[in-house]
Every structure is written in C-alpha cells, then in structure tokens.
Write a protein that binds this ligand. Structure first.
Ligand SMILES: Nc1ncnc2c1ncn2[C@@H]1O[C@H](COP(=O)(O)OP(=O)(O)OP(=O)(O)O)[C@@H](O)[C@H]1O
Ligand SMILES: [Mg+2]
Length: 330
C-alpha cells in the first residue's frame, strides 16, 4: 500500500526567478515524510508540481511509474484520484457549505449514492473534530476549522498519497497534538504515503519518518529522522533546532557581515531526539523503526538525553518492553 514518489533533477522558475533546481529524492511508499524550509523557498510550489498543477522547467516526478509533468489533462485527472491534497489556504469553495465541500470529491470521482456519501462525510468530519459545522459556509468558520475541513476533504477518497501544506498552521497546540496523532493513525490504517509541509519544529521532530529541508534554491537534505536531527550541517542544525546562529537569516540568507560577526563557532550540539509518535492502541506502522536504529547502523552518537519521553521512560533501552504487553502509547 502507498505509492512511492521519485523526483529527479527537478527545476522550477517563474520568469527569471529560479525557485529551486536539481531537486532529486525519493519519498518512500507508505511512510510519513515532512518537508520544511524558510518561507518562500518553494514548498507549496513543490507540492503543486507533484500533482501536476504546476509544471517544472526540467526534470521528472514519477508516481507509480508515470511521469507527472508529461501527462495529458485526462491522465492527470485519473492520477489526482490517488492523491488527497490539503492546500495551504484550504482551497474550499466559498459558496458551498462545509458538508458539500467535503462531499465534492466523492460526487466528482465516484458513483456512490447520497446515503453512502453522507456516511463517509460525517465520519471524516468527526475525525477532524468538525461535527456540527455541516451547514456553515467557509466564510463563517475560523482559519483552523477551514484547515480541518480541507483535511477532511483530502481524506474522503481514501487516497494512496496524502499531501498536506501546513495542516497545523492556525491550530492551537492541543489540536496540533491531536492532528499529529491523527496522521500517525491514518498512516497506520491506510498505509498511504504522507508528505507534510510544516513550520512547526515540534511536529517535525516527533511525527515523520523522514525529514527534508529546502533552502538556497535546493534540497539541502532529505533522509531518515535520526539522520537529519543528529546532523551538524549548518543550515539543517540551525533550522531543526530553531536557532538564530547559522546561515539562515531574517530575509532568508544572511549577508557576509552578519556571518563574520558570528565568527567560526562550531554548530551547537543538536537537541535530544525525542521518541517518535506511536500509533494509538499499540499497533505497528510500516515506516516505524526502532529508536536509535539509524544512528547505530551509521556509527553516529545520539545527542545526549535522546529517546527519553516526558515520563522519563527510555525508549532506546526499553523498546521491547514498551512496545509489547499492553503498551498504550500516548
Ligand atoms: N504562480 C506563481 N507565479 C509566480 N511566482 C510564484 C507563483 N507561485 C509562487 N511563486 C513564487 O515562488 C516562491 C515560492 O513560493 P511558495 O509559495 O512555494 O513558498 P513556500 O515555501 O510555500 O512559503 P511559505 O512557507 O510562506 O508558505 C515565492 O517567491 C512566490 O512568490
Ligand atoms: Mg507555502
């Protein structure tokens, strides 16, 4: 289950402004990946290239053996059935109530009857905590509610690939925690491939199996969570530890004078790697790895204090005990 996305030599420019180039990496099937980067580095543009809403200037996007930029309109229509996409602005139809917005893909892409559609729509609305908002228009609900309505709509076709552009922006911290758990559980249930764009370092550090960073017109790094979070690459270290010191400045890139001011201090020690979010009810997930596995295989020492949860349990040493016999992850 889930489909791999392989991006090869991708370049996108608008006029003379190159957004990014030479982007090549594979988003593994059935795993949760997150893409981060300073504002304006082209994360939303990247997602639109994956579903064929924008065409790259160069390169390939292979989804299940098909090269998206080379598909015709009718082929793209078929391809998009496999995707559930939550756009950054929610992209709800303003004149349609929330119920009809969420029902839209089912009416457009399936022959299901209204009773079946109602069952699915109400189930997804409950899942994202929107029960009771059926009759409201998008203009009558909060920004966070719009996000969750967009997410419910992205889920109704049980897609193989779920793309979510800042699903957590505009959500309060408690709802963000519920949303992250929902992603883990959905991934467990559907086995779908997830790519989530987020600015929330808290989310990025505990949710995904893989992390990527866009900066300076390219993909700086993409790989397993433990690789990225233990990295001392200056931009990666700065971004995932939310530090001021490093190459990323307020206006994206620092000028030489600013960098000279900071001197040649070595990158600070990466913060402890927390245990990854687990599926509810002690289930297992295809992309799940044993804590410390990547670090061990690559001879990298974990940052001090890693893999200890809020209750002081050590997931590195006690993994077997914590994942068997009535374990209930939070
Ligand atoms: N249709 C378009 N035509 C021209 N320029 C565009 C278009 N869409 C995006 N851009 C430009 O591409 C760049 C990247 O935009 P994008 O929205 O992908 O950034 P982002 O990384 O998603 O930022 P944020 O974190 O603020 O959402 C920006 O400079 C933007 O102005
Ligand atoms: Mg964006």
């Amino acid at each position: 289950m889930g489909i791999e996305i392989r991006v090869d030599g991708l370049k996108k420019a608008f006029g003379r402004q190159t957004i990014w180039e030479d982007v090549s990496f594979t988003i593994p099937a059935g795993e949760i990946s997150a893409l981060l980067g300073p504002s304006g580095t082209g994360k939303s543009v990247f997602l639109k290239n994956l579903v064929g809403l924008l065409r790259p200037d160069r390169g390939h996007v292979y989804v299940g053996g098909r090269d998206v930029p080379r598909l015709r309109e009718n082929e793209l229509y078929d391809l998009r059935r496999q995707f559930g996409v939550l756009f950054q602005d929610g992209a709800l139809f303003g004149s349609m109530n929330i119920y009809d917005n969420i029902a839209f893909p089912l009416r457009e892409h399936t022959r299901k009857g209204e009773a079946e559609i109602k069952r699915i729509v109400l189930e997804k609305m409950e899942m994202v905590g929107l029960t009771g908002a059926e009759d409201k228009l998008p203009g009558e609900i909060s920004g966070g509610m719009k996000k969750r309505a967009g997410l419910a709509r992205a889920l109704v076709l049980d897609p193989e690939i779920i793309l979510a552009d800042e699903p957590d922006s505009g959500l309060d911290p408690v709802r963000t925690a519920y949303l992250n758990q929902l992603f883990v559980d959905l991934n467990t249930d559907l086995g779908a491939t997830f790519l989530i764009v987020t600015h929330d370092i808290g989310t990025a550090r505990v949710l995904p199996d893989n992390l990527g960073l866009l900066f300076r017109r390219g993909l700086v790094m993409f790989g397993p969570r433990e690789m990225v979070l233990s990295s001392t690459h200056p931009a990666v270290n700065q971004f995932f530890n939310a530090r001021r010191q490093g190459p990323i400045g307020m206006a994206e890139e620092k000028d030489q004078a600013q960098l000279d001011d900071e001197g040649d201090a070595p990158p600070a020690m990466p913060a402890p790697i927390q245990p990854q979010l687990m599926p509810s009810d002690g289930r297992t997930r295809p992309g799940m790895r044993r804590p410390g596995q990547w670090l061990h295989e690559h001879g990298v020492t974990a940052p001090p204090g890693s893999f200890i949860d809020d209750e002081g349990r050590n997931w590195l040493t006690d993994w077997d005990r914590l994942t068997t016999g009535g374990h209930r992850p939070r």
